[in-house]
Design a protein around this ligand. Structure first.
Ligand code: PAF
Length: 276
């Protein structure tokens, strides 16, 4: 695997690219099977696969969260080598950002709904860094996980607004055998948190299997109760929404997604499920 840390090195490398389809998997590291499934999907759809590892400071609204974000770079490199990833881009913060850089992209209410309400500024930071990474790596196709469903919508909106020549692919959530959605943050869970956190995927499954389009508010209320009743879990939101707008689903909505965010002990987790 070729490892680049500067924009210049990446640009030089791709000068020699002969019309090869480049697939790109942007990450913040602390890789797990979920990330590797994105790499594998990218390998099936591109001639060369680049992964980036960059813990992006501008998307953290809580400095403590940024500080404690896991950074096991040696283990990450070993995992990428094991799955034969072609390129790793692993820049420093100074390589990506100049001092006091400004960024604002009008992504409409996607910025303030759901995650946006609980993590103000988060999606401005995400669009800022993904715009930069796309401009540096210049991928033909980029792969993102469904676990960050709203992030995928935000990035799609950015690509559309800025007319960026990249195709986006959303890949399914990878789960542990007991249903917990894979996440880099799971390593912060104590055994008790981890067991309490199973209520998230259980509740989403319950919503899916008890779905009745005519009574979405009652279903939502019951699902909220299931999570709130779980000791050690603090619910932030559970919403059953239109998968295209993220506005509350109604009996006429065609594509429906249930999304949840909650704290298990000190760790914030998100999860979602396609319902209809
Ligand atoms: O999903 C992530 O890991 C990050 O939000 C991303 C897309 C790599 C941007 O920093």
């Amino acid at each position: 695997m070729k490892i680049f840390t500067t924009k210049k090195e990446i640009a030089q490398y791709f000068t020699h690219k002969e019309n090869k389809i480049v697939g790109f998997v942007p990450t913040m590291g602390a890789l797990h099977q979920g990330h590797l499934s994105l790499i594998k999907q990218a390998q099936q759809n591109s001639a060369e696969v680049a992964c980036s590892i960059f813990v992006n400071p501008t998307q953290f609204n809580d400095p403590k969260d940024l500080e404690k974000y896991p950074r096991p770079i040696a283990a990450d490199i070993a995992m990428l080598e094991q799955v034969n990833c072609d390129i790793l881009f692993n820049p420093t913060v100074n390589e990506i950002y100049d001092d006091n850089e400004k960024w604002h992209l009008n992504i409409g209410d996607l910025e303030h709904l759901l995650e946006g309400e609980f993590r103000p500024g988060h999606y401005q930071g995400v669009t800022q860094v993904v715009y930069k990474l796309f401009s540096i790596v210049k991928p033909d196709v980029a792969f993102f996980g469904q676990k960050d469903y709203q992030q995928f919508m935000v990035i799609s909106k950015m690509v559309e607004l800025l007319n960026m020549p990249v195709k986006l692919v959303m890949c399914p959530i990878q789960r542990e055998s007991d249903g917990l959605a894979m996440s880099s943050r799971n390593i912060h869970l104590t055994p008790a948190d981890r067991s309490n956190a199973l209520i998230l995927s259980k509740t989403l499954n319950w919503v899916k299997y008890n779905f009745n389009a005519d009574d979405i508010p009652a279903l939502k209320q019951q699902a909220e109760l299931m999570i709130s009743n779980q000791p050690g879990i603090e619910l932030e939101y559970l919403e059953i929404v239109d998968g295209k707008t993220l506005h509350p689903a109604t009996a006429n909505t065609k594509s429906i997604v249930a999304l949840v965010a909650a704290r298990a002990g000190k760790t914030r987790l998100i999860d979602n499920m396609l319902i209809a």
